[in-house]
Design a protein around this ligand. Structure first.
Ligand code: 13P
Length: 251
């Protein structure tokens, strides 16, 4: 049985002061709900406050990106060691917004995944097809290729620290959710790709989340699917009551 993992991706929302208030509020909502892992992936500047507020609660803190070099002349970038030093446990890598707006490629995603794992972070790797790719009937090829490229060179052991988030780009922030069947089918395609690269056991143990307009209303149906092991939640993770309902659905 894979444990469900519910992660919020705050994106570029909430100041450090708002973070402290929000995590305090959220920890009351999630208290005692220990049948799933609960993560908040916050902006870099919010990390310190988030870690402090989450101390002693069941909420873990993640970042939303990490650079692949250990240190050096990379203005504006943040290394894995810097994140670890602040108490960060998780990091989102390869989000479609990074791919779309910040030139992230499958190759840089792979470099970031390797750097994060070597440093000791748990990776939430994002993959997903565009609407045009789904309409062209190449979803399976795209998901399989993105998975294989991102995980290139990893060991089976390292895969214990990789969560994959299937996020169809057309469902992100659009209010258009994949149907439970579409989500399940896509997560299975990703699982099969993991099996091809590593083996069946590794694939069976890999947590594969769905992300894309998951909310308090549709979470239960999505999370009930066999291959959907959790959610990566944007908009609905910014409201503690909504996030709490999604956590409940994962119990
Ligand atoms: P929304 O839940 O706002 O659609 O965002 C999903 C997402 O991109 C999570 O990483």
């Amino acid at each position: 049985m894979r444990k469900k993992v519910i992660a919020g991706n705050w994106k570029m929302n909430k100041t450090p002061a708002e973070t402290t208030v929000f995590i305090n509020e959220l920890s009351k909502v999630t208290a005692g709900k220990n049948n799933c892992d609960i993560i908040a992936c916050v902006p870099f500047v919010d990390i310190q406050n988030a870690v402090a507020a989450a101390k002693g609660t069941n909420i873990k803190i993640g970042a939303q990106n990490v650079h692949f070099e250990k240190s050096g002349a990379f203005t504006g970038e943040i290394s894995a060691d810097m994140l670890l030093d602040l108490g960060v446990e998780y990091v989102i890598i390869g989000h479609s917004e990074r791919r779309q707006y910040f030139g992230e490629t499958d190759d840089t995603v792979n470099l970031r995944v390797k750097a994060a794992l070597s440093a000791g972070l748990i990776v939430i790797l994002c993959i997903g097809e565009l609407l045009a790719q789904r309409e062209d009937g190449i979803t399976s090829e795209i998901l399989s290729m993105q998975t294989k490229k991102a995980l290139k060179g990893l060991t089976k052991d390292q895969m214990k620290n990789v969560i994959i988030a299937y996020e169809p780009v057309w469902a992100i922030g659009t209010g258009k959710t994949a149907t439970a069947e579409q989500a399940n089918e896509a997560c299975l395609i990703v699982r099969d790709a993991v099996a091809e690269i590593f083996d069946k056991e590794t694939a069976e143990n890999t947590i594969i989340q769905y992300g894309g307009s998951m909310n308090a209303k549709n979470a239960a149906e999505l999370l009930a699917m066999e291959n959907v092991d959790g959610g990566l939640i944007g908009g609905a993770s910014l409201k503690s009551a909504d996030f709490g309902i999604i956590v409940d659905a994962a119990q």
